[in-house]
Design a protein around this ligand. Structure first.
Ligand code: ADP
Length: 195
C-alpha cells in the first residue's frame, strides 16, 4: 500500500499515520521528521532548513524532493509507505509522480483529513500545553506566530493538492473532526473499497 496523508497541521496525520503503518506493515516517510533530524545533526540540508522551518515557512522543493528521492531508494519502502508532509506544493506532487513513474509504481490513495481551521489552532495549543506539562521539548515552530504561518502555507500552497489528486481520481476525503477511532474506521472503509 502506497499512501499520501494530506491535511493541515493538527489534522491528526501523526495519530492516523501510526495506526496505518502498524496495520499495513508499511513505513512512514515524514519530511518534517527527516528535516528535524537533519537540523539536529547539523547536516548541510539541516543548516539550510533550520530558520525557514522555525518561521513556519516551507523549505525549497528541491531540498525535500531530493530527500524523498533518496529515501525511496532504501529497501524498507518496497513493502509500501505513507508519505506524511510530502508533497506540500503542486511542484512537489508533480516531482513525486515522476519519481514513482521512474520506479514503475503508483499511489494507491491520497487520504485527506479535513478539519476546520478554528479547531486546528485549539488542538495544537492543547498539544503544546500537554507536552509542556510532561516536560517534553516543544518544536521550534510550535509558537503562535509560526503556527499561523504554517496554516497560511497550507492554505495557499498545499490545499490546491486536493484538486490535483481529485482530478487523478486518487483523492479520498475524510472528516477529521470526529473521534480518533471514527476517523480510523472511515479511512479503513475507504481503503478497503479500493481493494
Ligand atoms: P506540520 O505539523 O506543520 O504539518 P511537519 O512536521 O510536516 O509539520 O513539517 C514541519 C516543517 O518542515 C514545515 O513547516 C516546513 O518548514 C518543513 N517541511 C516539511 N515537509 C516539507 C515539504 N514537503 N516541503 C517544504 N517544507 C517542508
Amino acid at each position: 500500500m502506497r499512501l499520501v496523508l494530506l491535511g493541515p497541521p493538527g489534522a491528526g496525520k501523526g495519530t492516523q499515520g501510526d495506526r496505518l503503518i502498524e496495520r499495513h506493515g508499511i513505513v512512514r516517510l515524514s519530511t518534517g521528521d527527516m528535516l528535524r533530524a537533519a537540523v539536529k545533526a547539523e547536516t548541510p540540508v539541516g543548516l539550510r532548513a533550520k530558520d525557514i522551518m522555525a518561521r513556519g515557512e516551507l523549505v525549497s522543493d528541491e531540498i525535500v524532493i531530493g530527500i524523498i528521492d533518496d529515501r525511496l531508494k532504501e529497501s524498507d519502502v518496497q513493502n509500501g509507505f505513507i508519505l506524511d508532509g510530502f508533497p506540500r506544493t503542486v511542484a512537489q506532487a508533480e516531482a513525486l509522480d515522476r519519481l514513482l513513474a521512474a520506479r514503475g509504481i503508483k499511489l494507491d490513495a491520497v487520504v485527506e483529513l479535513k478539519v476546520d481551521e478554528s479547531i486546528l489552532l485549539q488542538r495544537i495549543e492543547t498539544r503544546i500545553a500537554e507536552m509542556t506539562a510532561r516536560g517534553e521539548a516543544i518544536r521550534a515552530d510550535d509558537n503562535p506566530e509560526s503556527l499561523k504561518k504554517r496554516l497560511d502555507a497550507y492554505r495557499v500552497q498545499t490545499a490546491p493538492l486536493s484538486a490535483y489528486y481529485a482530478k487523478k481520481g486518487t483523492l479520498q476525503e475524510i472528516d477529521g473532526m470526529v473521534s480518533i477511532d471514527a476517523v480510523t474506521a472511515a479511512i479503513d472503509t475507504k481503503l478497503k473499497a479500493l481493494q
